[in-house]
Design a protein around this ligand. Structure first.
Ligand code: NAG
Length: 268
């Protein structure tokens, strides 16, 4: 159980920062999802999900007790001590808007296993192909979903030989695209605010970032719980290692004390 929780924490430490500045979260099916509340939490918090304009309560955390409001035979829903909602194995049907005490926390899109995420820069052209295994229709039907919600595709996006052609991708084009009902890909439209922004592989220009960029203001509030958790895990590990080391050292000293006397006893 303890190991499980640490695995989740590790997964969060590695993955959460990616979408920390986004209200929208995209995960692949079967992944662990951790949804934090956006506001300071009370002792009792209710998590709910909104889809198709309908709100369904999932669970209430009362102290350290989870009270489920839905059937959860797979025990997929649980919470952390900070009242974050944890979905153990995400399902496509988990997509939707998540509310922490009726306050919007995260918009979640769970994409089917193997769906490709295309990160496309705003105002560039892009074409999304229909998967090969979709039936022979020459003019397949396209639709777009975001957080489990049907979203219209812009009217100036054209279709051409089983592809969706964006002459200029806009910020509102993000989403999970289906071609004749089969997932064709997730379009992640990225803004081009800073020329060196975000790109891990690119080498940034030598200008030092002295000014504080306003869009990153929301990041620390999301990163803070992750940092606290990481520190707690590290302290726990150090404590366990030092206790083990001390026990070994003590055991070694006792044996060293015993051995010479035993040798003296047998030798004439
Ligand atoms: C979308 O692109 C941005 C910028 O490249 C990246 O940080 C983010 O992780 C991407 N989102 C997904 C769901 O891949």
């Amino acid at each position: 159980m303890r190991v499980n929780i640490y695995c989740c924490l590790l997964a969060c430490a590695l993955g959460c920062h990616v979408s920390a500045d986004l209200f929208h979260k995209v995960v692949e099916e079967r992944q662990v999802v951790i949804l934090p509340c956006r506001q300071p939490v009370k002792n009792k918090v209710t998590w709910s999900r909104e889809r198709d304009g309908r709100k369904v309560d999932i669970l209430t955390v009362d102290g350290d007790r989870d009270i489920k409001h839905i059937k959860d035979p797979g025990k997929r829903f649980s919470t952390f001590a900070d009242k974050s909602l944890v979905i153990a194995r995400a399902d496509v049907s988990d997509s939707g808007k998540y509310l922490c005490d009726d306050e919007e926390a995260v918009e979640l899109t769970v994409i089917p296993l193997g769906t490709r995420i295309h990160s496309v820069t705003e105002r560039t052209s892009f074409s999304l192909n229909c998967p090969h295994d979709v039936g022979g229709s020459h003019d397949p039907g396209w639709r777009r979903e975001m957080a489990g919600k049907e979203k219209p595709i812009r009217s100036d996006v054209s279709t051409e030989s089983r592809s969706l052609i964006f002459t200029e991708v806009g910020p509102g084009d993000s989403g999970l695209y289906y071609c004749d009902g089969k997932p064709a890909g997730y379009l992640n439209v990225t803004t081009q605010k800073k020329p060196d922004g975000g790109g891990k592989g690119k080498t940034p220009p030598p200008t030092p970032p002295t000014t504080t960029p306003p869009p990153e203001n929301s990041a620390p509030s999301d990163l803070w719980p992750v940092c606290v958790r990481t520190v707690v895990v590290v302290i726990y590990l150090i404590t366990m290692i030092s206790i083990t080391a001390a026990t070994w050292r003590k055991a070694g000293q006792i044996q060293n004390q015993k051995r010479p006397s035993a040798e003296r006893g047998t030798d004439p």
